[in-house]
Ligand binder design. Structure first.
Ligand code: ADP
Ligand code: F6P
Length: 477
């Protein structure tokens, strides 16, 4: 064993993604999604290694350094990408954990690939971890890694954080491999969730499925204790706040408004193109406001940025077609010469351009049907030092627990979404400032450093075996 690192992140993806063009030219770009947004600044400030897949199939790469991080690529074959990543991770677990908003696929060969790939990640981590190292495993793609890694390296301190919701027992119960997954997670010393509800779901599941007693946050195994706790993830508030105060970002924000025709209201959506994000329903709400004459086409522009995501999974293909049809229909009905009410972009952007877009917009519309946290909502708040801007936010996003001064909506109720979008657009500057100030205070205090610091502190402080109670809960809840 070549032990080398005292701190390690193990995640499905590395922070950079290698794309290979048909002519063979390869390039690197930032990986999509909230996990990378949160973990990258943490890793840049701590020494350690990040193990993960580099985004291309059938390619073995040597470890390398990038942006102050040591990256260790874990290879996947094309077949594993299909069965482990697109299959079990994103066609089985993703819909199951997001309240079954799409139908999960249960296929044995997908499960087999998930097991094989998790074992590979565990072996790769075991290989490069120093004696007694802290290893922090991330997200639903790697839920078997904690137990596999513990078997290989019982000396390690192992943490796991789930970035997406953990479902209620009744939904999880459908999974043919439910016992194996729970046992996989219990290999960790600390299992972290976005919200207290997710942690409670997990503890109840352990009791119902494995008969394990728990008390407070602690689950009692025969020989050790597993701590379960909520750690709401966040953004690098300081970095975004500094970025948007720069002259060229403020100028760019003004340019964006001018390019959009200087409408009275700029509404904005920024999401991976994912069926959990409720993109279609917010466009429907906007289209109805235009149709009913409550908004004039020259009064408001809706900018929807939809980052390409999981493009080979059937549900994602269908979603793209549906959204693009819907944008075409609404624009067809309401456009005027030189003026399209919905501006739709199926592209990725740099951090600065995204920050300028946040700053340029009056209303940020975040309407997921279910979301672990939603960092876009927090980024929007972090970018509005001007105290302008309103956030319309789904009650089903984890961020709604903290951002209570947003305009909260039930995304299943289109009339509610319309009403809150209108209220946000008509709010006085004083009212907007009052709400934004409180939300900014929250995001500034609970930023990504605090999230990582609290998780790692809890991980490095072992629960004492002597605290095992005689009366641990056996409630049949
Ligand atoms: P998820 O992790 O499900 O994708 P989050 O809202 O938590 O959702 O995180 C999304 C992250 O991806 C945010 O940091 C956001 O800034 C970034 N992002 C989303 N769309 C784009 C885009 N088109 N270009 C660049 N970054 C994007
Ligand atoms: O938790 C959200 C998440 O699934 C991350 O695990 C992931 O890195 C991100 O969204 C983007 O998804 P993908 O890696 O499938 O492109």
């Amino acid at each position: 064993m070549s032990g080398r690192n005292s701190f390690m992140i193990v995640a499905n993806r590395l922070p950079v993604d290698r794309t290979v063009e048909p002519d063979g030219t390869a390039s690197w770009r930032r990986s999509p999604g909230g996990l990378v947004t949160a973990i990258a600044p943490v890793m840049q400030r701590r020494h350690g290694a990040w193990l993960g897949w580099h985004g291309a199939a059938d390619e073995r790469l040597e470890p390398f350094d990038q942006d102050g991080m040591s990256l260790v690529p874990v290879p996947l074959s094309a077949r594993e990408v299909e069965l482990y990543y697109e299959g079990f991770s994103n066609a089985t677990l993703w819909p199951l954990y997001h309240d079954v908003v799409a139908t999960p696929v249960f296929e044995r060969d997908m499960w087999d690939a998930y097991t094989t790939v998790n074992q590979r990640f565990a072996e790769a981590a075991a290989e490069v971890a120093e004696e007694g190292a802290v290893v922090w495993v991330q997200d639903y793609q790697l839920q078997l890694v904690p137990a596999m890694l513990r078997k290989l390296r019982p000396d390690l301190r192992i943490g796991f954080f789930l970035h997406i919701p953990f479902p209620p027992v009744e939904l999880f119960w459908r999974l043919p491999w439910r016992k194996e997954l729970v046992e996989g997670l219990l290999g960790a010393d600390l299992v972290g969730f976005q919200l207290p509800g997710g942690a409670a779901n997990f503890r109840r599941l352990c009791r119902r499925l494995l008969g394990l007693p728990y008390k407070g946050n602690e689950i009692f195994l025969d020989d050790r204790i597993v701590t379960t706790q909520a750690f709401p993830i966040s953004v690098d508030f300081g970095e975004l706040d500094t970025m948007v105060r720069q002259e060229h970002i403020m100028t760019r924000a003004k340019e964006i408004r001018a390019e959009l025709g200087d409408p009275e209201h700029v509404l904005l959506g920024v999401d991976r193109l994912d069926y959990t994000k409720g993109i279609g329903l917010r466009l429907e709400a906007f289209g109805e406001l235009l149709k009913e004459g409550r908004l004039q086409p020259n009064e408001a522009v809706f900018v929807q940025i939809a980052t390409p995501s999981r493009e080979r999974v059937d549900e994602y293909r269908r979603l793209r077609d549906d959204i693009e049809l819907q944008v075409g229909r609404i624009n067809g009905e309401h456009a005027m010469l030189g003026l399209q009410p919905i501006q739709y972009f199926h592209q990725s952007y740099g951090r600065e351009e995204l920050a300028a877009l946040y700053l340029a917009s009056d209303v940020m519309v975040v309407t997921p049907l279910r979301d672990g946290m939603n960092l876009v909502a927090k980024e929007y708040v972090a970018c509005h030092h001007d105290l302008r801007g309103a956030l319309v936010l789904s009650e089903f996003a984890g961020a709604a627990d903290e951002l209570r001064q947003s305009y909260l909506v039930n995304p299943y109720d289109v009339e509610d979404v319309k009403r809150q979008m209108m209220t946000a657009m008509r709010a006085t500057p004083h009212e907007l400032a009052r709400r934004m100030r409180t939300m900014r205070r929250r995001v500034a205090t609970y930023d990504v450093d605090r999230w990582a610091g609290e998780f790692l502190n809890a991980l490095e402080t072992p629960a004492l075996p002597s605290s095992t109670p005689h009366n641990a809960s056996w409630r049949s809840d």
